[in-house]
Design a protein around this ligand. Structure first.
Ligand code: MV4
Length: 455
């Protein structure tokens, strides 16, 4: 097992990783920007190193500074958390070149999944279902027209280097194809420096369902069930559930069997998440994330498995201590992401938190690095807390979420807690019938009007 782990992240996820390390008896090193000198992740870690000024580019993305921090503290492994350097294959290679262990997949698998075309090609060869679409990259608009003709409109042009919704263009008819093609190419080149694009049939009302997997370095792979992440706005998830209200246990088992067999063949290692669109009873793989995800706690609550501890054990070469048959799914879990944003306008609201009271009680978990008196800096992601509830059934989980949201006190900055309170009361949310488009319409219909400014 590792002697010391450097946590290359900040905020709630740095704390989450620290907690896993502590329970495994492993000392931790926090790294931080000058803006985070007083942050909770720095306070709790055994050691801390300042790695640069507030800008993430100069601190949490500063590879030489992070490797130097590992060297001077004698850390032998690095956990990247999510975001920042977590899916940077070049970083993984540098970590390994310095004789350290990256807690995550191989650089080759990160690179393969980072290109959405090679990811899809790999999954197709393993028998994982895909959306009908182009066989790889599309060279020119004539080829785009031919593929669209074959699969039928509407179609979606996506950037190979994209993901998370950037660089996508819909063409509803042949008349719209030329424009969609040109805009998608230009956006892909501008955003990623790579104008490789591919095409898929556009699904008009899917759910976003993802499957969590764990794979050890000896070929054993298990899945930890699915999460339904359909409740998102502008590609930012607001609420996630495990399991999906739309799925049966038999559908989960069938998908899990195909995916785990495929990943074992691929030699994938550590934690991973396969993203699917689910519509009309059909799954279609779209992307794979090779990092720990923000919403991993809902899976932990229903399986009882500490995913971060598992990542650390796997990276140290240990075998999974169980098989798929040992994994049981118990009850229902819901996570809401509390952000430092105005709940109506979504404008960021950094500043000092004067009061912080997290809810508690049976089946309530709060992952947050906030404390009374802390300052939420303006430089980073606005998520400040995750509230996770677990109960035997979905209706009970919703009742627990309502109760916990009412107890949650964050004073000094505006947060999205009032928005979550509105969602919980909505009949469509309670029925669980929503698609990826539901939340955007809900926000438009229920946001309080902005105050009118006098001339
Ligand atoms: C799609 C789609 C419909 N059809 N692909 C957006 C983010 C990226 N990960 C994939 N995305 C989509 N791909 C086909 N063939 C609709 C979306 C999409 C979406 C997907 C998941 C969660 C929220 C979304 C919001 C808008 C569009």
């Amino acid at each position: 097992m590792f002697g010391k782990i450097l946590i290359a992240n900040r905020g709630e996820i740095a704390l989450r990783i620290h907690r896993a390390c502590r329970e495994l008896g492993i000392p931790t090193v926090a790294v931080h920007s000058t803006a985070d000198a007083e942050a909770m992740h720095v306070r709790l870690a055994d050691e801390s190193v300042c790695i640069g000024p507030p800008s993430a580019r100069d601190s949490y993305l500063n590879i030489p500074a992070i490797l130097t921090a590992a060297a001077i503290t004698g850390a032998d492994a690095i956990h990247p958390g999510y975001g920042f350097l977590s899916e940077n294959a070049g970083f993984v290679e540098m970590v390994e070149a310095h004789g350290l262990t990256f807690i995550g997949p191989s650089s080759a698998h990160i690179r393969m999944m980072g290109d959405k075309i090679t990811a899809k090609t790999a999954m197709a060869s393993l028998g994982v279902p895909l959306v009908p679409g182009s066989d790889g990259a599309i060279a020119d608009v004539a080829e785009a027209a031919a593929v669209a003709q074959r699969i039928g409109y509407p179609v979606l042009i996506k950037a190979a280097a994209g993901g998370g919704g950037r660089g996508m263009k819909v063409a509803h008819t042949a008349a719209e194809l030329d424009e969609a093609w040109r805009v998608a190419r230009a956006e892909a080149r501008a955003a990623f420096g790579n104008d490789s694009v591919y095409m898929e049939k556009y699904l008009d009302r899917p759910r976003h369902i993802e499957l969590q997997v764990l794979a050890d370095s000896h070929g054993a792979v298990v899945h930890l069930g699915e999460r339904d992440c359909s409740l998102q706005r502008r590609h930012q998830k607001l609420l996630e559930e495990a399991g999906s209200p739309a799925l049966t246990g038999a559908e989960r088992d069938a998908l899990g069997a195909v995916v785990t067999a495929g990943l074992s063949k691929l030699g994938y290692r550590n934690a991973g998440t396969l993203e699917f669109l689910y519509q009309d009873g059909q799954f279609a793989f779209i992307e794979m994330n090779t990092r720990l995800q923000v919403e991993h706690p809902v899976t932990e609550m229903v399986t009882g498995i500490d995913i971060v501890q598992e990542q650390i054990r796997i990276a140290s070469g240990q075998r999974l201590g169980y098989t798929q048959a040992d994994i049981q799914f118990r009850g229902h879990a819901i996570e809401v992401r509390v952000t430092a944003e105005d709940p109506d306008t979504f404008m960021p609201t950094p500043g000092r938190v004067t009061v912080f009271h997290a809810p508690g009680g049976l089946g309530v978990r709060v992952d947050s690095a906030l404390y009374a008196g802390c300052v939420v800096p303006p430089y980073y992601d606005s998520m400040v807390a995750k509230l996770i509830v677990h109960a035997p059934t979905r209706p009970e989980a919703i009742a627990r979420l309502r109760r916990a949201l009412a107890e949650f006190a964050v004073v000094g900055i505006k947060t999205t807690i009032p928005l979550h309170q509105r969602i919980v009361e909505d009949p469509a949310f309670q029925a669980g019938t929503y698609t990826i488009h539901w939340l955007e319409d809900f926000v438009a219909a229920t946001a309080s009007p902005s105050p009118v400014t006098a001339p």
